[in-house]
Design a protein around this ligand. Sequence first.
Ligand code: ADP
Length: 254
Amino acid sequence: MKSIDFCIQYLLDYNNAELPDDLSKEKALRTLMNITTPDNLDSVFYKEQDKALQEILSKKKIVELSDLKPVKGKYYIYVGDITLIKADAIVNSANKEMLGCFIPLHSCVDNAIHSYAGLEVRRDLMKMLSENPSYQPVGHALITKGYNLPSRYIIHTVGPTVFGRNPTEENINELRNCYLACMDAAEKVHAGSIVFCSISTGVYRFPKKESAHIAIKAVDDYLKEHPESTINKVVFNLFNENALDIYKRAIEEI
Ligand code: ADP
């Protein structure tokens, strides 16, 4: 039996779930992973899941940091899917439970990262958070391994949610704290490179333009305050080209 078929059947039984008929195998696996609470998965499942995810990854093009040109100094921009870049650490814009997105096939970055890294990530976060299972504070960061992603580590941070038309002072400080906490977390594992997704600029509605300036200033301040930092490549990841010029200009201005 192929690994992906084994995993789909295993998770259907584990969750006592049903799937629509028209899903591809990759989407069926992702759907089932999204809804799974991994408190009792056996090691055979993880082995087969890793094989299935590695096979899926082998059909995609991995982006190496050497494929990117710096915009200025240590700063790079990568337009594309964060689950396909190979770095020491990538940043996940997590939700307040910090256990990944449970909505099947949801388009958020949290869902993509958990789906392609594997259920080990949710399992590890559950363990880490077991002593304090309430909502995680905005502006902090937790680190897990990257498992089946090309990158070694995932840094999970909860960004601020913007409720009104414009971000509040508190939202702005919280977003800055996310970037600083992620730099700190990356430094703790001696990462040389970190790739930031655009924290809070999707479902959490932080305006992209303002967030670009906050992100770049926070990281630049961090590196100026930590001249011995191990981090020598900082990549700002955008999912599409909409904010590309804003990022380029903001980097050139620092
Ligand atoms: P938040 O809840 O923090 O707003 P979202 O996932 O909704 O998180 O959006 C954060 C940013 O991540 C958005 O700019 C969105 O376009 C981007 N994004 C979504 N999926 C991916 C992905 N696979 N790779 C990189 N960026 C992504």
